[in-house]
Ligand binder design. Structure first.
Ligand code: BGC
Length: 610
């Protein structure tokens, strides 16, 4: 049994909302263009909050939105205290935050903490001489030989972490592109400046941050310059400030590393609230291609127990390449061979494709992977457009392949913008398989059998099973290696599920006449400051999740002896199965099938078909 979350926790809905939240990563630039200039904006995102609320997400993660020359998707910030003029104004940002909060949706920002753009005035000053007041705000050196142990992240583009600066006549240090000089965290003024940035955005109302590239803040001789003790000390300071002045706000670490190293970013519960579980992601893709559960069970067994009050953030795809940094060379070759058959699909050390094309458009496989994402320990992070099974454009440079405009309708520019096509920040997809004519929100809203409706239904189910967020996991033995089965169990808050007036998802989307609404649609945990959290009682919950990783139907015999006496009730249809006895429990699963069962005490079962 692998316990990924602590078993003794006193669940506090106001502080621990992130432990069973569903996150939605959104590119402001690519979501919706409200002023028809070809670029998505804050007003556009705000206009689409109805949709996001209807979908059932709990927290938005905004990709970088500060002023930037946009040479790395906004991860090259040139002013930390403003909004990129293409996206709107600070006032519009505040409006978005208020509107999101009113709907019970939290919002976190991407905090690009490790570096700035070379266009940032801090860097302009720092490079201007060796004696100016900001001379030590970046990391300078006379030669490019220091810290040879530190790896180059974008190996396909950069040859070294040092770049010569003609102005200052010295080299500067950068872990990413050469136009992104690293800040010098050994300088207390830099630390203070970044704390000011943090306070600025929290004061505006953000609910926390994704800490971009956080392992690289410091450099030390003889080390790889990753996960250093100094970095952890900095995060602890940051966390202290949050706890003292901004309780309930969260830090999410983007630390691409092995589980044991990444778990250090939780500290003793005194660093980050959440960390992305990077190694799990490629192993999900590996397991479904190999039709074998080992890659998943192996990484779960190497995942340390979380400190109290923490959570993993798990994901299938995001705005970057499907990174293959955390796999062996052999596994990487295998994944490239399976998922990047055309060399143009490769990006940096990974694959620049979206979920649906990676899966050859196989809906059953997509459902299987989402079922895993929504039931394995961790808070799921969805990537905009993947709820539609949107496609990618591998002919676009760098990671723009997966950053094309959201597809709202079959209209001009996919309903994303009314600007001229040539003015769009990137072309929308127009191919016959994934183009906006075939894949769009409007069509999927109209079709109750669409993937969009399916995933929304799964989010509703997940919300009714809080143990999927915070429960323990017991991996079940079963002789068939193509089947991954586990029980999520633990005490959960028995909160009242009814949302206060006006706070639940809207009954129908304004643009669609008849979206069926089941009673469970109103089940929604509302942040304490936005409504009454309900009674603070707890109850025991156990959910059995069974996944067939194979293309073919599979039998399975599960050792459920520890749960004998309970009755599995299938979650989607509320169909009651035969009670569990001491003998192996037999099930059959269709190709790429998945089943979730509430393991209920006999008295709770609704019917007895046996
Ligand atoms: C972001 C990338 C970005 C890099 C440099 C990453 O971790 O996710 O999109 O290129 O940081 O800022």
């Amino acid at each position: 049994m692998t316990a990924l979350v602590p078993s003794d926790r006193s669940y506090d809905p106001s502080d621990r909302w992130f432990q069973d939240a569903v996150f939605y990563e959104v590119l402001v630039r690519g979501f919706y263009d409200a002023n028809d200039d070809g670029t998505g904006d804050l007003a556009g995102l705000r206009a689409k909050l109805d949709y996001l609320q209807w979908l059932g997400i709990d927290c938005l993660w905004l990709l970088p939105f500060c002023p930037s020359p946009m040479r790395d998707g906004g991860y090259d910030v040139s002013d930390f205290f403003n909004v990129h003029p293409d996206y709107g104004t600070l006032g519009e940002l505040v409006g978005l935050l208020e509107d999101a909060h009113r709907r019970g949706i939290r919002v976190i920002a991407d905090l690009v903490i490790n570096h700035t753009s070379d266009q940032h005035p801090w860097f302009a000053e720092s490079r201007s001489s060796r004696t100016n007041p900001k001379a030590d705000w970046y990391v300078w050196n006379d030669d490019d030989q220091r810290w040879p142990e530190a790896r180059v992240v974008f190996t396909d583009v950069e040859r070294s972490n040092w770049t010569w600066d003609d102005v200052r006549q010295q080299y500067y240090w950068h872990r990413f592109y050469s136009h992104q000089p690293d800040l010098n965290y050994d300088n207390p003024e830099v630390v203070e400046a970044m704390f000011e940035v943090v306070r600025f955005w929290l004061d505006l109302g953000f609910d926390g941050f994704r800490l971009d590239a956080v392992p690289y803040l410091y450099q030390r001789d003889g080390t790889s310059g990753e996960h250093l003790p100094e970095t952890h000390a900095f995060i602890r300071r940051l966390r202290k400030q949050l706890d003292a002045e901004y309780s309930g706000r969260v830090l999410l670490a983007e630390a691409n590393g092995w589980p044991a190293d990444v778990a250090d970013y939780f500290g003793d519960g005194d660093e980050c609230h959440l960390c992305f579980h990077f190694p799990l992601m490629p192993r999900l893709f590996m397991a479904v291609r190999r039709e074998h559960r080992f890659p998943i069970t192996e990484i779960l067994s190497q995942t340390p127990e979380l400190p109290d009050g923490c959570q993993w953030a798990i994901f299938l795809r995001n705005h970057d390449e499907l990174t293959l940094e955390q796999v062996t060379d052999e596994e990487r070759d295998y994944l490239f061979a399976e998922y990047a058959k055309d060399p143009r699909m490769k990006r940096h050390m990974g694959i620049g494709r979206r979920l649906a094309p990676l899966l050859d458009g196989d809906r059953r496989l997509a459902e299987l992977l989402y079922s895993l994402l929504l039931s394995l320990p961790g808070s799921p992070v969805l990537y905009y457009g993947d709820e539609l099974l949107m496609g990618d454009n591998i002919y676009l440079g760098d990671r723009d392949s997966v950053r094309t405009p959201m597809q709202w309708s079959p209209d001009r520019n996919g309903g994303f913008s009314r600007a001229d096509f040539a003015q769009l920040y990137l072309p929308p997809l127009m191919d016959p398989v994934y183009g906006f004519g075939a894949v769009n929100v409007e069509a999927q809203l109209r079709n109750p059998g669409s993937f969009l409706h399916w995933i929304r239904g799964m989010l509703v189910q997940r919300r009714s099973l809080p143990v999927l967020g915070i429960g323990n996991i017991e991996l079940l033995d079963c002789p068939n290696p193509a089947v991954l089965a586990f029980v999520r169990w633990g005490e959960v808050a028995d909160v009242s599920l009814a949302a206060p007036d006006g706070l639940g998802p809207p009954a129908v989307m304004p643009t669609v006449a008849a979206v069926p609404v089941e009673p469970a649609d109103v089940a929604r945990t509302v942040p304490a400051e936005h409504g009454a959290p309900g009674a603070a009682r707890t109850r025991f919950q156990a959910v059995l999740c069974v996944h067939n990783l194979s293309r073919f139907a599979q039998p399975v015999q599960l050792d459920l002896a520890g749960w004998a006496g309970r009755r599995p009730v299938e979650v989607l249809g509320r169909v009651s199965f035969a009670p569990i006895g001491p003998e192996p429990y037999s099930l059959a699963l269709g190709p790429h099938g998945y089943l979730w069962f509430d393991l209920v005490e006999p008295a709770w079962a609704e019917s007895d078909p046996s």
